[in-house]
Design a protein around this ligand. Sequence first.
Ligand code: C5P
Length: 233
Amino acid sequence: MRGASEVIIALDTPSLEEALGVIDVLGDEARFYKVGLELYTRVGPRAVAEVIARKKRVFLDLKLHDIPNTVARAARAISELGVDLLTVHAAGGAKMIEAAREGLDSGTGLLAVTVLTSMAAEDLGATWGRQIESIPEEVVRLAELARVSGADGVVSAASDAAQVRAGVGDEFLIVVPGIRPAGADHQDQKRVATPAHAVRAGADYLVIGRAVTQAPDPAGALRAMVAEMDLSL
Ligand code: C5P
């Protein structure tokens, strides 16, 4: 039986000060934060340490994709930082995913990224050298590859989440980004979903960035989105 869905706030800021400002302003409203490539590249492991020092959980979204030995060693170093969730690309293959899982300790969940939502069927076809009939089919295929290789879950657009859930079962985590409140500006996101839609589609975690962090009242915006999640139950 899956528990209630939770929110992860994306810290897409260029500096540690701005990231910590987001955490301060949200206070007890948020318990889980995503550190991505920009912040990690600019600040390094200290970005993770400072979030953990504030008693928050960390999803380190580095989307690793390299040979198994390199990924295993990086995964071990990441686990030692005290990270709760880490991403790798499912396209790195079964051996790479297995190596990542072996490198991580049991306290760090391993998520696979299947198909980047920036890619259309033509882009994927050109990359893989074969006709792609359906992106959701590729997403579910890669999610299953990740699952049997030891991943604990996937990152998925809300539009694919229900198919992934049906394909991989209830024990697999589904993390859904691209969340906007009902009726909001989509910004540069193409495949967006409301909190209620994402929860209904089977999301365990909703990654929310600008809709909260750039709101005039971030804590109020987050409370409103959490209320929207509850509407779906
Ligand atoms: O658009 P928003 O500011 O809510 O984005 C939140 C986070 O989700 C960002 O860090 C972005 O990289 C990530 N993400 C996404 N859409 C995807 C995959 C990841 O918005 N399809």
